[in-house]
Design a protein around this ligand. Sequence first.
Ligand code: AMP
Length: 419
Amino acid sequence: MSTFKAPKGTYDLIPPYSAKYLAVRDAISGPLRLSGYGYVETPGFEDVDLFARGVGESTDIVTKEMYTLTTKGGANLALRPEGTASVLRAALEANLHKAGGLPVKLWYSGSYYRYERPQKGRYRHFSQVGAEAIGAEDPALDAELIILADQAYRTLGLRNFRILLNSLGDQECRPVYREALQTFLRGLDLDEETVRRAEINPLRVLDDKRPEVQKQLAGAPMLRAYLCDACKAYHEEVRALITAAGVTFEDDEKLVRGLDYYTRTTFEFVHDGLGSQSAVGGGGRYDGLSEMIGGPALPSVGWALGVDRTVLALEAEGVELDIPAATSVFAVALGEAKPVLFGLVTELRKSGIAADISYGGKGLKGAMKDANRSGARFAVVAGDRDLAEGVVQLKDMESGEQSPVALAEVAEVLRAKLA
Ligand code: AMP
């Protein structure tokens, strides 16, 4: 072991386990790529003010969880704690909203950083796949994103997840509700920090998980009763479109989420096998965010699904992903056969067959061990005598059967057998 360890709250993805992460990222991005979303990649760090303004000055993410740094040049940067603000910043900077029709639909995949108290399912470095539809106010977009996330989870084989749905209202109705909620909260017996939160962002108090707070919240005014007609109609349409797609969801009046930029549609995907860190993904509409970071009015909606927690959810449900073995053909070269089989392996790889060869001058026993370990379907074994006869031994690793095949034909035979 080296003197160093992965930093607290982080972990390494090691084969073969790491293959699950790739499969999850593929499964989440697959439906997006079929639905008009283009891939976007942004830097791992941004101007700290992008998040302060975008995510919200009073949120846990900004006040407690950002990794910030000052560069030698004096710039104040933060490792990205989430994707939406960066993706919107990139879209605005590239003028994507002026380039073609709206919405601009983008998807991304990457690492995010939050200085949180680590526990199972909550890390300081984690991985998300996200999607944003920028510049259009249309309930069909909100519905599309929820349906695509549902499809991704189902394709992976997840069943025990639930979709929680709420509307947070807009600039017209939310302030009225906010005031009513604040008046209610001022009458409660809350700790200092919660009192402060109630003044800055009272909706987030509803999200407080502590039982002593939840008990006092019984009887709090609910946003549903304050939604304006436009927000009500919008929400009903989102609900109808999701229902028509056969996706089930639960209305959750208390769902507010920890980021300030959400308006109207808000949703979360929770998995019941994960204990306290049950949210596997979440998102919503953020109609005001573009203006908050200095752009034009661009109503938008998006989500981010956590890859780490999706893998944990698959494990909790006992779902085994159908991940093909990393290697299909393994070459075992003895004596002078190495360059010939090395050439064969190169040719197979070029034609898209996963092939590998034993390295380090091992004998037959050691090299066959490598072949077994690789999980390959076939082994190609050859020594000096085989080469003299112009053949290789083709071994079916499942049945154990072995037969000679002409060297000139083995690539073709393998392609046919693996097709
Ligand atoms: P959020 O941006 O907080 O809405 O998070 C979206 C998703 O990212 C969550 O539902 C989680 O699956 C995942 N996530 C957020 N924070 C963490 C974390 N600290 N560790 C692991 N996954 C996380």
